[in-house]
Design a protein around this ligand. Structure first.
Ligand code: ATP
Length: 344
């Protein structure tokens, strides 16, 4: 089954996904795509956010979903984004947020005196538990005695499967180091579970060096010595923050791609950046995160050589300065994609 569901989304999401699809059809014309009219426009038109039958089809009829960004100033509640993106993550049980952080051109790294090989790591962020489940409550809301609680969920099953996914990927991709990050010194219950499960799973992968860092130390070390890291595994909240450090190290969110995965079941790929209402409709959004996301999708569909070609082409464009304005170039969204297609 080589069918991809496409949800272009809102703002620059639609603009960059259109460009990503040009690269997809150039490299893999056999892959079928079906577009879904979901996003802010649809919500404003008829109140639909995420129809249950569409969610079911995403899980059963497609190899993967390709999603642009969601978010529109006309929908301040962001309800459509929550239903579509968070709904998919939970309903399809996409427990892995897979975030490669690879520097393709040292000029775009904010750290001084760095070479490309210094930034080449992957973050496995737990995507279905932690502090982002909405479990909690408010008591005496709006009064001076208000209490607000946000509960962190860590299940044995959830912790084990994300840690195992990190080791499996490391083994399959010839990586030799996995670092788990938590805050077990301050969060003595949930993160003690992470510590114990990490030791157990690491024991099954003796050829891989397993290490641990508290997340505050990891944040510091990523900036001081990114070359020390190959695979990082962490919880939902810490992963959210650490992957943004990673995106900055690789040259900014205009270059960051991500996958939400449940191996063998379902997958959703998206550029990391948002809908950027400030530049939407101007034709200046950087399409490279979307193009790299398409590369990641191709690797997931069993064509890693095509992902390598995509990365090579993007790298050549970066080095030649054939980029959009926010990276110092002059090209439009479409012209930057033309340059990638030419490099391919
Ligand atoms: P969200 O709230 O979902 O994160 P957002 O679009 O406001 O959405 P970011 O994705 O963090 O937030 O983007 C912040 C800013 O970075 C944007 O407003 C835009 O100016 C710039 N930006 C983001 N993505 C791109 C891109 N692909 N090309 C060029 N500029 C971008």
């Amino acid at each position: 089954m080589n069918r991809i569901a496409v949800v272009p989304g809102d703002g620059i999401g639609t603009e960059v996904i259109t460009q990503g699809l040009r690269v997809l059809s150039a490299l893999a014309p056999d892959i079928e795509t079906e577009h879904f009219d979901l996003g802010a426009e649809r919500y404003l038109r008829d109140g639909t956010t995420m129809p249950p039958d569409v969610m079911r089809r995403f899980g059963s009829e497609f190899s993967a979903v390709l999603l642009g960004a969601l978010g529109d100033p006309r929908v301040p509640s962001n309800v459509h984004a929550k239903d579509i993106l968070l709904g998919s993550r939970f309903e399809l049980d996409l427990y892995i947020n897979f975030r490669p952080c690879r520097l393709l051109d040292a000029r775009y790294c904010p750290l001084k005196d760095r070479v490309e090989s210094d930034v080449d790591f992957v973050v496995f962020r737990e995507n279905t538990e932690g502090l982002y489940t909405g479990v909690g409550g408010q008591f005496k809301r709006g009064t001076a005695d208000e209490v607000a609680m946000e509960q962190e969920i860590n299940t044995r099953k959830g912790v084990e499967r994300i840690i195992r996914a990190a080791f499996v990927w490391a083994r399959e991709n010839g990586r030799k180091k996995v670092c788990m990050s938590d805050k077990a010194n301050a969060m003595r219950h949930g993160h003690d579970l992470w510590q114990r499960v990490f030791k157990l799973v690491a024991g099954e992968y003796p050829e891989i060096a397993a290490s641990h860092l508290y997340v505050d130390v990891l944040a510091m070390r990523l900036v001081q010595a990114p070359q020390d890291f190959e695979v990082i595994v962490t919880n939902n909240l810490f992963g959210d923050i650490i992957t943004d450090i990673g995106a900055a190290l690789q040259g900014g969110i205009g270059l960051a791609a991500s996958g939400n995965l449940n191996p063998g079941k379902a997958a959703l790929f998206e550029p990391v950046h948002g809908s950027a209402p400030d530049i939407a409709g101007k034709g200046i959004a950087n399409p490279l995160a979307s193009v790299l996301t398409v590369g990641m999708l191709l690797a997931y569909l069993g064509r890693p050589e095509l992902e390598r070609r995509v990365q090579g082409a993007v790298q050549r464009c970066l080095k030649a300065g054939q980029v959009t304005r926010e990276l110092g170039g002059t090209l439009s969204t479409r012209e930057a994609t033309d340059a990638v297609l030419e490099a391919l």
